[in-house]
Ligand binder design. Sequence first.
Ligand code: DSN
Length: 461
Amino acid sequence: MQDITGEPAVGHGAADTAGTGRLLESLTRTGLSVLAGSDPSLRKLAERELSRQRAQLNLVAASSPPSPDVLAAQALGLSALTAEGYPGRRYHPGTEVIDAVERLAIERAKLLFGADHANVQPLSGSAANLAVLFGLLEPGDSVLSMELSHGGHLSHAARPASTTKHFGAAYYRLGADGTLDLDHVREQARAVRPAVLMCGGSAYPRTIDFPSFRAVADEVGALLIGDISHISGLVATGIHPTPFPYCDLVTTSTYKQLRGPHGGLVLRGPGSRVPGGKLDTWVFPGFQGTPDFGMVAAKAAALGNALRPAFAVAMERVARFAGLFADAFTARGLRLVTGGTDTHMVLVDLSDGSATGRTVSRVLEQIGILANKNLIPNDPRPASETSGLRIGTNHLAFMDVDDQDVSRLARGIADLVAELSRGGGADRHPGCPALHRLEEHAAAVVSAGHRADFAEGVPAP
Ligand code: DSN
């Protein structure tokens, strides 16, 4: 298969010519040595941050490890071009090559998601959502989306977002069991008559039922937007059902699960009621000016990686590992919002115990594990404390670890959470043996992630 440059659509992957770890190391060395001469203060900070990243185990569900080609694409200086507009229709000169880069990213995005139109310019997932909302909605129109504290996202016209100054915004909440209640969504839609219905969120661990959302949207005459930022890798590999042809537009950030740069995409699928050309005008000139072409190139790299079979294997690991976390927590008698997971994340419900999400997250960070505090539906605690802990497996899937390693890690974290919830003093006695064992195990998992020769971190199927 060839892509539009005449080259094979995707290469063999960095790991076939050299270990990913070695490539990352050489990129890092080069970057740091450039800074060493010119900006020692920044070099020192960059070095400290890279050491922190290497020393800590990242279980933040909204994050994935960038691959060397994504980092290289960002570092090459392609961002040095100012060029508004779209390939073949720019407002600045010197764009012949950059046009091809953008077309490459567009073609890969279309191929990966089965879309018939892709806009690769949004500077973030939030920018993608805002461009679409400001494009679609007229003043006075309303949008209906998932309540922020029930797992929605700020950029879905959540209460604190500026969008609510311009549009009506209403929200649906999760049912008593923590899952989406489509009857309630329908009731809200009938009451609000939104011009746009949004589905997808940032702390919802279950499958999004796109066909049912479309049925609700059709009943009230709304357009349907699906934000797949958290599950874009699972969607791309068929592990989560596709939003097409149900959603009129689909948005995603590129760093959460696609291993890409910070940035966003807007995708249009077959049967969409939104013309692709119109969508492009909502991004530029409607919402933002010149794109960041280093970011666009890095998106092309990430999308190319996601088209490789190794990525599908990794996404299977993402979902399987999340299931292992769910098993470990429920076996320990801890509650999960929705009772489990279909995706890359579990959301632990700490509302019954004495430890807050903030406490647990802080104790985990002290032993090198990053997992964020998160509101749960009907959370009795404020957002600064929360009763939830969100754990994601995107990073683990690219490390040289197996099911046993992950289960052991999950059991260790579950034991700690249980102890903290009971009011045990692990947070006040950092030398306690359970904490120490977990710290050692997390460090071993982290060092597996940095072995020089792991092949994209994914063992052969
Ligand atoms: N939406 C935030 C999250 O899910 O953590 C990050 O962008």
